[in-house]
Design a protein around this ligand. Structure first.
Ligand code: NOJ
Length: 754
């Protein structure tokens, strides 16, 4: 007995004591003073494989408080949170809601790992900014960054940690509804914009005003065949590297925390299960340190593609390709533990993915302050604040592209006594917005929106007379047309808001006819007979075919989808309070049959000479080859000229730099801002190169009559291209460099690289 007591006191008790002390000690992962790396290493050791799979599981959330708390589906999701089986929710928004859910994760799950709350914030959270495509037309990079930072600030106060933006897909196809979410057709410009958007959203990720960004849709989703959503992609590696990958790469280099798989295939393999795209390029070549998230159920959709046999196979193929978090298809949470137990997936690979996700949870400070983003007071003060709206108004005015302005009909003469405003959309908040303002949450911020009607009333008061012109469904009637004509016949200027409803922009909004509806053309024809100056205000989330309306109107103002401050911004431009400066970043097709049409095409074996007609050229018989409005085009209320173009060294070594200078003059009577663009052409190369490639731009302010000399510096990198393996090459030989106000009207010089 004595011996037993001895053994207990001297041999067992000390161990029990140490064990007890250890269990009372704060675990390293909860110790604020430990490094993030140590905290992650400690936590991962404590996690079961089921909990690791949980971190790779992102579910669609919705509402969990109020009556929704009793919903069986919602209760089941909460139980999964308690069981450590949810790493992230999308679509749980608002400080109160996110706090309630976070509390369960922190207080009721075994390890108390915080949840990441994600939401699609495509062009603003509550203060809605112009759609990304429109915003990109401003070529105003600081403003673009600012817009993203305002969006992040509003979202961060509402409990959100992460958004699925920026979309970096290059697209040449206005049939695709999602061109609205990108930055147009150019890889160089798309890269600059992508980086600015990432910086705006993320800042340094060390405060409560920035959130994680997502580079999407990786890769080449913009090349979907015929512009049809969720369709397949079939492109070469040369096209992948030179045209599609640069903006994703730029966003990754700018520090984007996450990358989203696309829905399409590349080389016959769905992007989510594509080892070449995810592991070889993104993780190994680009050394991406963040984590990869699937698109909505894109893991399980590999079954539909015909690439995975079932959910388990889909999880296996996605994870072994290097993809990580499963958005909503649940194949990872359901199958990963088993796949690891069977030795099919290596636990180190799972750990690597989980560690990347945990890193951002630590980086955002969520382990120490899980509710820091869910702040009702800050949320109320930030959302739709005066300052945010002022930014949105500036951004919107800067996004409007003036496509035509005969006889200087615009700006509206200050002596105008009557302005006829015609068009259903001009007064319809419902048609002002696309899908990406959170319609599906039931809380979209449409009430605060300023319609074109409101904006013109704010500026011109009773001078504005409104008539509907066409119906909500874009049909019209004699009665509607007659009323509009009557109103127009006594007006000084006639503004007609045409186009297509905002509801037709975004995901699942592919259109076979991206053009002006016939009823609106009929309306314009009737209005033209009044002999009054007619201004078309085109609302659309994509470039529409405007060829038929061009001869019917004096001016065309491309208003896109401009967000909360639409009406005020349109009024600022129409009145001349803001002199338009935007230039389109997507070509406007001459006809639907011309799609895809883009400035950086190849020369072909039979290029049509610009100065002559003829047979046996690469051409259409019924329309011109050129688009109606080319990339980089946009007018102002003043005019600009380019002169005295010089290059520093017409024969340059590969390691040299080439300086290009040109004088830009404001030749009109109004101050303005011009976007000067620089293009190059590599005349002969081992892989054919486009007829023009943008390699630089400047947005410059010029007073009426003022001239400025501007310069661009090109390095060997700007003159290089990728081969199909992702290697860059600068090949000696003849080049051209061009500078001008759009992609068609340029000055040019030849030079040689040796
Ligand atoms: C599907 C879309 O393709 C993607 O862009 C979006 O972020 C997710 N759904 C989440 O809503």
């Amino acid at each position: 007995m004595k011996k037993n007591l001895f053994v207990f006191i001297f041999l067992i008790a000390p161990f029990l004591l140490i064990a007890q002390q250890k269990s009372n000690e704060t675990p390293t992962y909860k110790n604020k003073k430990a490094s993030i790396q140590d905290r992650i290493d400690d936590l991962i050791k404590r996690m079961t494989i089921e909990e690791k799979a949980g971190q790779l599981n992102q579910l669609n959330g919705g509402t969990f408080t109020g009556p929704a708390a009793n919903d069986t589906g919602q209760k089941a999701k909460m139980q999964m949170v308690r069981d450590g089986k949810v790493g992230s929710f999308l679509n749980v928004i608002g400080a109160t809601e996110t706090r309630a859910v976070q509390k369960i994760a922190i207080q009721e799950s075994r390890l108390g790992i915080p949840i990441l709350f994600a939401f699609d914030i495509i062009h603003g959270y509550k203060t809605i900014f112009p759609i990304p495509l429109a915003e990109a037309c401003s070529w105003d990079i600081p403003q673009i960054e600012k817009n993203s930072s305002v969006a992040a600030k509003e979202a961060a106060a509402a409990g959100l940690h992460w958004t699925f933006a920026p979309m970096c897909d290059i697209s040449n196809d206005p049939r695709w509804g999602r061109v609205m979410e990108g930055a147009g057709e150019d890889p160089f410009y798309g890269s600059v914009v992508a980086a600015a958007r990432v910086k705006g959203l993320q800042g340094n990720l060390n405060d409560d005003a920035h959130i994680l960004s997502t580079v999407k849709h990786y890769a080449a989703y913009g090349a979907v065949e015929a512009g049809r959503e969720y369709n397949e992609v079939d492109i070469s590696r040369v096209a992948l590297w030179n045209k599609y990958l640069p903006p994703y790469k730029a966003a990754v280099d700018a520090g984007a925390a996450t990358v989203m798989n696309s829905f399409n295939v590349f080389e016959g393999v769905p992007a989510s299960g594509n080892k070449y795209l995810v592991t070889d390029v993104l993780l190994n070549k680009w050394k991406f340190k963040g984590f990869v998230v699937s698109d909505w159920s894109s893991f399980s959709e590999m079954i539909n593609h015909g690439y995975a046999a079932n959910g388990k196979d889909a999880a296996y193929k996605a994870i072994s390709a290097g993809s990580m978090m499963d958005m909503e298809s649940k194949v990872v949470i359901e199958n990963l533990p088993q796949l690891v137990k069977e030795g099919k997936i290596n636990v180190q690979q799972v750990d690597d993915a989980v560690k990347r996700i945990l890193f951002y949870k630590f980086k955002l400070g969520l382990f120490d302050e899980p509710y820091k983003f869910s702040d009702e007071k800050r949320e109320a003060a930030t959302e739709l604040s005066k300052e945010n709206k002022a930014e949105a108004r500036k951004a919107a005015a800067g996004s409007i592209v003036l496509l035509k302005n005969d006889n200087q009909v615009l700006p509206i003469n200050s002596s105008a006594k009557k302005i006829a405003l015609i068009g259903h959309y001009a007064k319809s908040k419902e048609d002002m917005f696309d899908f990406w303002i959170g319609y599906w949450t039931g809380k979209p911020a449409v009430d605060d929106a300023v319609t074109i009607y409101d904006g013109l009333k704010n500026k011109y008061g009773n001078a504005v007379e409104y008539s509907e012109g066409y119906n909500a469904d874009a049909t019209t009637s004699d009665a509607l047309i007659n009323t509009a004509v009557q109103s127009a016949s006594t007006a000084d200027v006639v503004l007609v808001n045409i186009g297509i409803s905002g509801k037709m922009a975004g995901e699942d909004r592919a259109l076979a006819y991206p053009e002006i509806p016939e009823a609106q053309i009929q309306l314009l024809k009737a209005l033209q007979k009044t002999g009054k100056p007619i201004v078309a205000l085109v609302s659309s989330g994509r470039p529409l075919v405007l060829t038929k309306i061009q001869p019917l109107v004096s001016s065309i103002v491309q208003c896109w989808i401009l967000g909360t401050e639409t009406g005020n911004a349109v009024a600022d431009v129409l009145s001349g309070d803001y002199n338009p400066s935007a230039k389109t970043v997507m070509s406007f097709p001459y006809a639907i049959g011309q799609i895809p049409v883009y400035y950086n095409h190849f020369n072909t074996s039979r290029p049509l000479p610009t100065d002559k007609d003829g047979n046996w050229f690469s051409r259409y018989r019924d329309i011109p080859n050129a688009p109606l409005y080319p990339f980089g085009f946009g007018l102002s209320y003043t005019t600009y000229s380019y002169s005295n173009m010089q290059i520093s060294n017409p024969i340059m070594e590969r390691t040299d730099k080439l300086t290009v200078t040109v004088t830009v003059t404001n030749t009109g009577k109004i101050d303005g801002e011009e976007i000067a663009q620089l293009y190059i052409r590599d005349i002969t190369a081992s892989i054919i190169r486009p007829v023009k490639e943008l390699k630089g731009f400047r947005k410059i302010k010029l007073k009426a009559g003022e001239s400025k000399e501007i310069s661009f510096v090109l390095s060997g990198k700007d003159l290089s291209f990728y081969d199909g393996t992702g290697q860059m090459h600068l090949e000696p030989g003849a080049f051209k460099v061009f500078v001008g106000g759009d992609s068609e009207h340029v000055l040019g010089k030849d030079f040689v690289v040796q």
